[in-house]
Design a protein around this ligand. Structure first.
Ligand SMILES: [Mn+2]
Length: 322
């Protein structure tokens, strides 16, 4: 049923009538958003994935539904989701692009179909309710009240952190874990574990998870701080990573450093076409992490950057070549 709803959303988009489609199907869409919320209800804010699965990380989409469609068609072609591959969306589905609602719903419908093989992190553009910013076109324009209500309820339960062995995934940055209390709450699974609880108890840490920037030099650092964004240089990054027992951070959020930084220990992905010319590596980037380094996927036609450690092979791919 939900597979057909995603197919129908895609078809309506290709026919130029996706807004009408969403409006005509809002009750069913709301109930799917609700069931994805129910999937996340028993999950902690820090989700630990199996260490043997391959991972495909998708950066900020910002309403770029066309890029999401490329990813879907590559994944459907590979038929690997569910078996070997876990797909992780790093957040920022909405604002800036033309199709915020379609993009958010597309990811939700995809998660609904594939369950634990798909994850969606919350980005700063998802938590506008708590940290406002300018040009929040998605949140400020009219969307159906019931859809908005369901989306906001889902966002309360989206994970903030995902890890697999030595790899951490977050939207923005990682605050140092400086108390058992904070760590225990990140890993707690009871149903009060919502975003509001974290905002009330760990506001600064949530701001870093969603808004954190990384800088190679003092002038970039000062620019981020001047813009009111939490910013960190390499020494803080290294110290924080130790507290998560991790060595590689995959995140989105910061177009200026898109690509690899800090000796390949920080990978920044933006997948939306809006940022394709930004950063250290141009393109609409995704990251494929293979645990079996020999494994082949159909969509690795253009690897724009590649490295490996003793556990995994990391291939940064540009979706235009999927
Ligand atoms: Mn962001």
């Amino acid at each position: 049923m939900s597979l057909s709803l995603l197919s129908q959303l895609i078809k309506s988009f290709n026919d130029g009538i996706s807004f009408e489609f969403i409006d005509a199907n809002k009750e069913e869409l709301c109930s799917i958003i609700g069931s994805v919320k129910a999937m996340y209800l028993p999950c902690p804010k820090w989700i630990k994935l199996p260490v043997d699965k391959d991972l495909l990380c998708i950066g900020d989409l910002h309403g770029d539904f066309n890029s999401l469609l490329k990813i879907f068609s590559a994944l459907f072609k590979n038929q690997e989701v569910n078996k070997n591959l876990i797909v992780i969306f790093l957040g920022d589905y909405v604002d800036r692009g033309e199709y915020s609602l379609q993009t958010f719903l597309g990811v939700v419908l995809f998660k609904h179909i594939y369950g634990p093989s798909v994850h969606m992190l919350a980005g700063n553009h998802e938590i506008y309710k708590y940290f406002q910013y300018y040009n929040a076109d998605f949140w400020e324009e009219y969307i159906d009240e019931n859809i908005r209500k369901n989306i906001l309820e889902l966002i309360e339960y989206l994970p903030m952190l995902i890890s697999s062995a030595n790899i951490m995934m977050v939207h923005g940055g990682l605050p140092i874990i400086d108390s058992m209390d904070f760590l225990n709450n990140l890993l707690r699974t009871d149903k009060t574990n919502n975003l509001l609880y974290f905002i009330e108890n760990y506001e600064e840490q949530i701001r870093i998870f969603t808004w954190g920037d990384y800088c190679e030099n003092l002038s970039d650092y000062n620019r981020s701080i001047f813009q009111g964004r939490p910013a960190f240089m390499k020494n803080y990054f290294v110290d924080a990573m130790k507290t998560y027992d991790s060595s590689i951070l995959v995140r989105g959020h910061q177009p200026g450093v898109k690509g690899a930084l800090f000796d390949n220990s920080l990978i920044t992905l933006l997948t939306s076409s809006i940022y394709s010319s930004f950063g250290n590596i141009p393109g609409k980037l995704t990251l494929l992490i293979k645990r079996d380094k020999e494994k082949r996927y159909n969509f690795e036609r253009k690897i724009v950057y590649k490295f490996e450690d003793h556990e995994s092979q990391y291939e940064i791919l540009d979706i235009d070549y999927f």
